[in-house]
Design a protein around this ligand. Structure first.
Ligand SMILES: Cc1cc2nc3c(=O)[nH]c(=O)nc-3n(C[C@H](O)[C@H](O)[C@H](O)COP(=O)(O)O)c2cc1C
Ligand SMILES: O=C(O)C(=O)c1ccccc1
Length: 381
């Protein structure tokens, strides 16, 4: 997105926003809380264990401060990034989030449409509410990536990857931090499982390989089949090697926190990594994603793109992460809350505001493009 800005664009633009539409992350979150049942909101908001990592993800951002450059003529701003040979107008992607019907009946379709409008790539989850083909049909000319949860029956995984390839998806993201679901106390208290409610089966009920493994096909056997498949503690680097052979698409590993694992990813021919702790939903007590980033950026040394998620709430958060050397960022909960509060329109409004914040923050930091942004000095306090 190349743009010229007037200094008071923010305020002028905000006059067009509907009076009651939420602006800050806190407003969006509280609107979502009002719109949803307690167990459903809690499923999205909560994390594993005592939620130490959920809190750390957000708090850790405060330790990193931008040291702006001034007098650098930022009247022409270029926020574009190139990843795996594709140029995207902004360094933002939507993180894979399963069971989106929990937030809105239109789920993935609504999110993918809003993302398409702002040319933000949408990463579709394995446990999405709608199928790969449904999402592809709803948004034919937008960039989409597919996130894979490895299935115990690997033929199901390979078939889903093939379906994503055929539907024109641009990358495969293998999530490696969810070989079993995190220990989530609030969901246990509420006895709440969105998979059991049938919100995460879009890709399974449409998959001939999966269906052929069921003796009888009904809502109960589908749910049980999904649960049996997506918990796969045996996952290891040999699977990565095999998947790499099976797909012509770039392969990205999501959930890297240790520099040694980043190096192994490169050794195994992986095309990109996402530094992430799954928004604090998997292992409680792990390092915050932003604290893990600098060392990983250092060892990766620009050999492959390093993406980032967990804790990004505002454009300025993205700025810090890019200045620490990430190539692009993903947001999770902010868009899910926007979906719950305002459907497709809500997600669109969130994206417009987020990107406006990012652009304004880039200008005020004295950087014209993402390359300059990645050189920006960050002070750690
Ligand atoms: C409700 C919910 C469902 C999620 N489902 C998935 C999923 O299916 N696959 C996956 O790789 N990550 C999943 N994630 C993790 C996100 O991709 C992302 O890592 C996380 O939300 C980033 O943190 P943030 O919410 O602080 O932005 C989910 C997150 C949430 C909140
Ligand atoms: O809740 C999650 O974080 C997640 O990744 C997931 C896993 C299985 C089903 C639905 C969501």
């Amino acid at each position: 997105m190349s743009n010229s800005f007037k200094s008071n664009d923010n305020v002028v633009q905000s006059i067009d926003i509907e009076e009651d539409s939420p602006i800050s992350f806190e407003e969006i979150e509280s609107a979502a809380k009002q719109a949803m049942s307690t167990p459903a909101f809690s499923y999205i908001a909560s994390g594993a264990g005592g939620e130490e990592t959920v809190r750390n993800n957000a708090d850790a951002f405060k330790k990193y401060s931008i040291t702006p450059r001034l007098l650098n003529d930022v009247s022409k701003l270029d926020t574009s990034v190139t990843i795996f040979g594709q140029t995207y107008p902004t360094p933002l992607l939507l993180a894979p989030v399963g069971v989106l019907k929990l937030a809105d009946e239109q789920g993935d379709l609504a999110v993918a449409r809003a993302a398409a409008k702002y040319k933000v790539p949408f990463i579709q989850s394995t446990v999405s509410s709608y199928s790969i083909e449904d999402v592809a049909q709803a948004t034919s000319d937008s960039s989409k990536w597919f996130q894979l949860y490895w299935s115990t029956n690997e033929e199901i995984s390979f078939n889903m990857v093939k379906r994503a390839e055929e539907a024109g998806y641009k990358a495969i993201v293998l999530t490696i931090d969810t070989i079993t679901l995190g220990y989530r106390e609030k969901d246990m208290r509420h006895r709440f499982s969105p998979l059991a409610l049938g919100y995460g089966q879009g890709n399974f009920e449409s998959d001939p390989v999966f269906l052929s493994t069921l003796e009888k096909v009904n809502s109960r056997t589908i749910v049980q089949g999904i649960i049996d498949n997506i918990n796969y503690p045996a996952l290891n680097w040999e699977h990565v090697k095999e998947l790499k052979k099976r797909t012509s698409l770039p392969l990205v590993l999501k959930g890297i926190l240790h520099p040694e694992d980043a190096l192994l990813a490169i050794e195994y021919g992986v095309d990109g990594i996402i530094v992430s702790n799954h928004g604090g939903r998997q292992l409680d007590g792990v390092i915050s994603s932003i604290d893990a980033l600098p060392e990983i950026v250092k060892v990766v040394d620009s050999q492959i793109p390093v993406l980032f998620d967990s804790g990004i709430r505002r454009g300025i958060d993205a700025l810090k992460v890019l200045a620490l050397g990430a190539d692009a960022v993903l947001v999770g909960r902010p868009y899910v809350y926007s979906l719950a509060a305002g459907g497709e329109k809500g997600v669109g409004q969130f994206l417009a505001n987020f990107l406006q914040d990012l652009q304004t923050s880039m200008m005020l930091s004295g950087v014209k493009d993402v390359k300059e942004l990645r050189q920006l000095k960050i002070a750690r306090v």
